[in-house]
Design a protein around this ligand. Structure first.
Ligand code: ADP
Ligand code: MG
Length: 280
């Protein structure tokens, strides 16, 4: 077992079960995809609609099992674990989805965050501690007694994230967590994601927003069920052939600065880093 790898995707292909109609062509949602994620890494996954991003995400905590190939989570094969110890995988890898309304189950915020740990039999004083810590982490502690229906979309998403964190997963997979939020809500979720990463958790972020992907250590580009590229953000944004049309603002600004003779290093892809460079 490679102990520094939390997730290993090995030659994974996946076909959604066919609909019984023999004229339907069997289309692979994933086609021989392989990549690893190291402990503590922050990996972004981008790609057009239907390219297989959500399908790959669901393989990372055994919501789906490969049609062929294998997925190892902390060395455990998800196919074997789903028979013997399904909770082991879910405890290691938490998932946050696009729509927070589908992830909230209770009528009081703190009960919602406690739901997961209660289900896996965490002792009650430990639950109390984890719930408070998770709510503070997402800046929602003062809203703990409220009903989730009274909250904004961004606040609901933060509660959903707290619910996942209260399970204390080593890795969190975010599947377009900001897609339904306004710009302020998006920024707040990104701050929380970066906070989780700086605490040492492994983060996998599926997103349409290149500004968000720029914050990652690596970007994986999916297309038509295949892995097209797996490279640092600066490399991905510099490739014209990938159809990454909307490069982050910092990347296009850095290009214009270079055209004007300012030698901005190639690895600067975020506004924060660009500002730091210009003020140095
Ligand atoms: P993405 O998240 O990148 O938009 P998905 O992983 O959701 O892509 O989908 C990959 C492919 O699998 C698409 O062609 C999609 O139509 C198909 N697909 C996704 N979910 C299902 C499903 N439940 N049943 C059948 N086909 C599906
Ligand atoms: Mg998707």
């Amino acid at each position: 077992m490679d102990s520094d790898l939390i997730i290993q995707i090995k030659n994974v292909s996946y076909a959604y079960l066919d609909d019984g109609d023999p004229t339907t062509e069997e289309k692979l949602a994933l086609d021989n995809v392989s990549f690893d994620v190291k402990r503590g890494e922050f990996v972004a996954i981008v790609g057009s609609n239907g390219s297989g991003k959500s399908t790959i995400a669901k393989h990372m905590n055994a919501l789906l099992l490969p049609t062929s190939g294998s997925v190892l989570v902390d060395g455990m094969d998800t196919k074997e674990a789903s028979e013997t110890a399904p909770w082991e995988i879910r405890r290691k890898v938490g998932m946050v989805f696009q729509n927070p309304d589908n992830q909230l189950v209770s009528s009081v915020v703190e009960d919602d965050v406690a739901f997961g740990p209660e289900n896996i039999g965490v002792p009650s004083d430990e639950i109390r501690r984890r719930v408070d810590e998770a709510l503070r982490l997402v800046d929602m502690y003062e809203h703990r007694k409220k009903g989730p229906h009274l909250l904004s979309g961004g606040q609901k998403q933060r509660i959903a994230i707290a619910g996942v964190i209260a399970m204390d997963p080593e890795c969190v997979v975010f599947d377009e967590p900001t897609a339904m939020l306004d710009p302020k809500g998006r920024r707040e979720i990104m701050e929380i994601i970066e906070r989780l990463h700086s605490q040492g958790r492994t983060v996998i972020l599926i997103t349409h927003f290149m500004e968000e992907a720029a914050a990652a250590d690596r970007i994986i580009v999916m297309g038509n069920g295949k892995l097209l590229v797996d490279a640092p953000p600066a490399d991905v944004f510099s490739r014209d052939d990938l159809g990454v049309l909307n490069v982050p603002f910092a990347v296009s600004m850095a290009r214009k600065l270079r055209e004007n003779g300012i030698d901005v290093p190639a690895d600067i892809v975020t506004e924060k880093k660009l500002a730091e460079f210009l003020c140095r």
